[in-house]
Unconditional design. Structure first.
Length: 663
């Protein structure tokens, strides 16, 4: 039976069905109600985010509702929170009347984080409209907020795009959408140095040329494809594993590390718009993977770090610390990230990853060296059904413990596991099902204080996600900056020149800070020449404004070192540097008489040290000869022919010579 009401008519009628076999009949009736057309209600005027400080009482958030067929006062409105640990649903109070409504958010006292507040208005026939905003209790004075770190939503590249000289430029996914903060370029060592010692950075300069003016570049230097010439270099140790088998350098091989350092030097020197890349204001982040490993500190495919030949904890630790020092030394003004997974070895406690994590945080302390952020590519979230709370986020905090445990020591960055709109495979579906990118970013922000997200182009282009991407872009951009904090100050120290086996100092200097007592300032020192001046041979004295530094050079060592003296107030640091030159005691060689009325003096010298020749007729009175001379090599010679001494040696009954160091 198909019933077609008359066009434009509404009301109620009884439909009766009758069946007959010619003799007997039976009937059945039902009531048909034809209602006017029903359009969904509207919910407008809601701001995309609300950020309050821990001591601030949130203001009520206004919004408006309406419906073409229903009086606004009869519409039903409900509010829910994605983070009930911060804002329970019972703490969402709806107010107002008619079309003008409000929602008052009351977070649990002492809690921090963010919640996506969802408002839904429904009419009597079940049609609804839904809008969300991000509510956050954010403490701008937290340690994490003081770290220099990338922020925003970045689009991941792919192989799509143009090709130059046969090399894919990975520029096909660049997007100029208002919620996109930048672009992630993933390139390989083999692309940047295809021939030993010959660099080609076209793929990087091409991206900068095409990147929208308001966006930044996040550069990921992957280690999956290494130069073919690398494994054949003298001194390079390799290992082979996997199916199919792959041969890669041993990660802690010194030759490979030095060649990678030279790559970083060349990359940092790359001029983009006339500015070296290491100082480029549009380079948002740099993520250099470790050759021989996967994605940074992570077990390679089909094997484990501890199964790599010659593995020891010490080798792995030296490898990572050297790698990160090279990265931050060459990119000191750019946030550097490294992938960090919880790897293990045969020693259960403490686990290998935890020991390494502590070492990295100690070296990359934000004072002697910039902090290094920890990164992972597994962010996802799923729901039991669409629009059904709660969502479940991954990875869990055990699997990603290096990131979870470090959020008060450095920053955290995340790449999503896959695309919610187009999952890559069935394994990804389970972690993405019924969720959205907003759920993933919600999880990353609340559990890891993450505010840097790498997303796939399919989701960036998916119209259903546009509003939530824009909401999170605006929210991250609006997060308060750290409280005003002027950097501390430290006075300079003059360059020092001292003879071998002599303690230098104590040398006095001063430290001050506008916001805190000088006694709270932390002073550290680092030597550029560990052989001559080991850092542990440097002692900092004092605990107030006036401090001192005492330096004990290594026994019987000479040379020059730069001492970098830094002071930190916990969030900002400044440095000063001075040189220490340790010279050998001048050792006079034999006096020679090269010609009539001539005498030649020679002595072992230290390059850069100033020496003064003196003569005396009686060993009592010493007279300087001319002006001091700065040595340029290890042996200096001075000829006495009477020009500077007033008379040649042959005209004097006797003449003695000596050499002294002058400062």
């Amino acid at each position: 039976l198909k019933v077609t009401p008359a066009v434009g008519q509404t009301g109620t009628t009884t439909i009766t069905l009758v069946v007959s076999d010619g003799t007997n009949t039976a009937s059945s009736s039902f009531l048909l109600t034809v209602t006017p057309p029903n359009t969904p209600p509207t919910l407008t005027g809601l701001t995309g985010y609300q950020i309050v400080s821990p001591s601030q009482t949130p203001a009520a958030m206004p919004f408006a509702i309406g419906d073409a067929e229903t009086i606004a006062s009869t519409l039903s409105v409900i509010a829910t929170s994605s983070n009930t640990n911060l804002v329970p649903n019972a703490n969402l109070a709806l107010g107002g009347s008619g079309a003008s409504r409000t929602v008052q958010v009351t977070p649990i006292a002492g809690r921090r984080g963010a919640a996506v507040i969802k408002l839904r208005v429904t009419d009597s026939l079940g049609a609804f409209a839904q809008r969300e905003f991000i509510f956050s209790v954010f403490d701008a004075a937290t340690t994490n907020n003081s770290f220099k770190q990338p922020r925003g939503i970045y689009v991941l590249d792919s192989a799509a795009g143009t090709t130059i000289r046969g090399v894919p430029m990975h520029d096909g996914n660049i997007r100029s959408k208002p919620f996109v903060d930048g672009y992630v370029l993933r390139t390989e060592w083999a692309t940047l140095e295809p021939t030993n010692g010959v660099f080609d950075f076209t793929i990087i300069t091409n991206i900068f040329a095409k990147l929208p003016a308001n966006q930044k570049l996040s550069l990921l230097l992957a280690s999956g494809v290494l130069p073919t010439w690398l494994n054949t270099l003298p001194g390079v140790a390799t290992w082979t594993a996997g199916t199919p088998s792959v041969t890669a350098p041993v990660p802690w091989n010194a030759t490979v590390q030095e060649r990678y350092r030279l790559l970083l030097v060349a990359l940092g020197d790359l001029l983009v718009d006339g500015v070296p890349l290491r100082n480029h204001p549009r380079l948002a982040a740099f993520d250099p993977w470790i050759p021989g490993l996967k994605s940074g500190i992570r077990d390679p495919d089909q094997t484990r770090i501890h199964d790599i030949p010659t593995y020891t904890r010490s080798n792995m630790q030296t490898c990572v610390l050297t790698h990160l020092a090279n990265a931050t030394d060459n990119f000191p003004n750019v946030p550097v990230m490294i992938g960090f997974w919880a790897y293990t070895d045969s020693t259960a406690s403490p686990p290998a990853w935890e020991v390494l994590r502590q070492l990295v945080l100690t070296q990359q302390d934000g004072i002697a060296r910039p902090r290094v952020g920890f990164w992972m590519e597994n962010l996802a979230a799923n729901r039991l059904a669409a629009n059904t709370d709660p969502w479940v986020g991954v990875p869990n905090t055990t699997y990603t413990a290096p990131l979870y445990n470090s959020q008060s020591n450095t920053f955290v960055g995340y790449q999503v596991l896959g695309s919610w709109s187009k999952p890559f495979n069935s394994a990804h579906v389970d972690n993405l099902l019924n969720g959205t990118p907003e759920d993933g970013m919600d999880y990353g922000f609340n559990d890891f204080q993450c505010r840097y997200y790498e997303h796939y182009q399919a989701d960036i282009d998916f119209a259903n996600y546009t509003n939530e991407f824009q909401r999170w872009h605006d929210f991250i951009a609006a997060l308060p900056a750290p409280p005003t904090n002027t950097p501390p100050t430290i006075s300079s120290i003059a360059n020092q020149t001292n003879r071998v086996n002599t303690i230098i100092g104590p040398l006095a200097f001063t430290v001050t800070d506008a916001e805190s007592s000088a006694s709270n300032l932390v002073v550290t020192a680092m030597s550029s020449n560990a052989t001559l001046l080991p850092t542990n041979n440097i002692t900092i004295g004092g605990n107030g404004t006036i401090r001192s530094i005492t330096i004990t050079p290594a026994s019987n060592h000479t040379g020059t070192a730069e001492i970098t003296l830094s002071v930190s107030d916990g969030s900002r640091s400044v440095s000063t540097a001075f040189t220490v030159t340790v010279f050998p005691i001048p050792s006079l060689g034999p006096l020679t008489l090269p010609g009539a009325n001539q005498a030649q003096v020679q002595w072992l010298s230290q390059a850069g040290v100033r020496y003064q020749v003196c003569f005396s007729p009686d060993l009592l009175q010493w007279i300087d000869v001319g002006t001091p001379v700065t040595a340029t090599n290890g042996l200096d010679i001075w000829m006495d022919d009477g020009t500077l001494t007033g008379s040649p040696p042959g005209a004097a009954p006797r003449r003695f010579y000596r050499v002294k160091v002058v400062h």
